[in-house]
Design a binder for this molecule. Structure first.
Ligand code: 13P
Length: 326
């Protein structure tokens, strides 16, 4: 199978030209490039800040730049715009969506709330601004357990990722979690057999998984955490080899930061097509033409911001997820 993260020689030369163009446009626009850990290698190379969803939300709040070029998927750019309405937030490819976020609508969530009037609503950040506006508090994979524990309500409607919701339930047994039937189409591609085979091939490797993976995969893991948490874990671990159950883009920085350690994916199918839509060419196009601006209407923005602000208050600055670029 073709490795989407590996480039041909001709691409590398072309990319150098694009990188120079991006540098010039960045200073002209007073822009910052923020990239999620699943981005293509060359996008992570040019990013000023990279990290997991929580770290990127925090970075969006702190930046002094006038323009934020968000290399990720739409809900991430939307969160940056909600938290920073005075900045121009650009998503280089408008079609870079999140199928998990599309598995819930505000109308369906309102109906669920009517069924459970006493429950608090926790929405994973992988959701639209309109769904966040219907929720009491947001969470990311790095703080979901902490967020749910912080609530006074005993019942919690957790949307839209059922696997993350199940994982939270296992960590917070004192609450009753009402799950939504959503899932990440990339993470569910890892199967129990893939992990077992990888363990057989790499007997000394530790297994690390993202909580969006199926519970049977999580059960085979030594450690479960967000993408940012993976960097912290690997750095402090004495192990030399790791099986990483999350999107393939993670391997770029894990390998760069830990040249003496080895990383393996349990399956080569761990590629999020939406994350990979962002290329250097589109980033240059975005900066040159100031496209595609992500804006949220004021009424939705205020309510969605309240859910994000509550999350950031629970997490606190010091506890922020691993972040590169600071
Ligand atoms: P992290 O917050 O762990 O980076 O996860 C983001 C995501 O979208 C996983 O699919």
């Amino acid at each position: 199978m073709m490795d989407i993260n590996k480039l041909e020689k001709s691409d590398l030369k072309y990319n150098e030209t694009l990188k120079k163009k991006i540098e010039k446009l960045k200073s002209k626009r007073n822009a910052v490039i923020i990239a999620h850990n699943y981005q293509r290698d060359e996008i992570q190379e040019i990013a000023d800040i990279s990290g997991d969803s929580l770290a990127l939300s925090q970075a969006a709040v702190r930046t002094d730049a006038d323009v934020i070029v968000f290399c990720g998927v739409k809900f991430m750019a939307e969160s940056a715009s909600i938290l920073n309405p005075d900045k121009t937030v650009l998503l280089p490819v408008m079609e870079a969506g999140c199928p998990l976020a599309d598995m819930i609508t505000p109308e369906k969530l309102r109906a669920k709330k009517k069924e459970h009037p006493a429950a608090a609503v926790v929405c994973y950040v992988n959701s639209s601004a309109a769904v966040k506006a219907e929720s009491d508090i947001a969470c990311t994979s790095s703080n979901a357990v902490e967020v749910v524990k912080s609530l006074k309500e005993k019942e919690v409607i957790f949307v839209p990722d059922k696997n993350l919701g199940r994982y939270v339930q296992s960590q917070v047994p004192e609450k009753k979690i009402i799950l939504w039937d959503g899932f990440c189409p990339t993470h569910i591609r890892v199967q129990e057999e893939d992990v077992l085979k990888a363990k057989e091939l790499h007997k000394d490797a530790e297994v690390i998984a993202h909580p969006e993976c199926h519970p049977s995969v999580l059960a085979l893991s030594d450690h479960i955490c967000s993408t940012g948490g993976m960097f912290t874990y690997v750095k402090q671990s004495r192990s030399k080899e790791f099986i990483i159950s999350t999107e393939s883009g993670m391997l770029y920085k894990l390998q760069k930061d830990n040249p003496d350690k080895k990383f393996y994916l349990p399956t080569q199918n761990l590629v999020c097509a939406n994350m990979k839509l962002i290329t250097l060419g589109w980033v240059a196009h975005s900066l040159e033409n100031l496209v595609y601006e992500v804006k949220v209407s004021d009424d939705v923005r205020e309510k969605a911001k309240a859910a994000l602000d509550r999350m950031l208050a629970v997490t606190g600055e010091k506890k922020g997820a691993a972040i590169a670029g600071y």
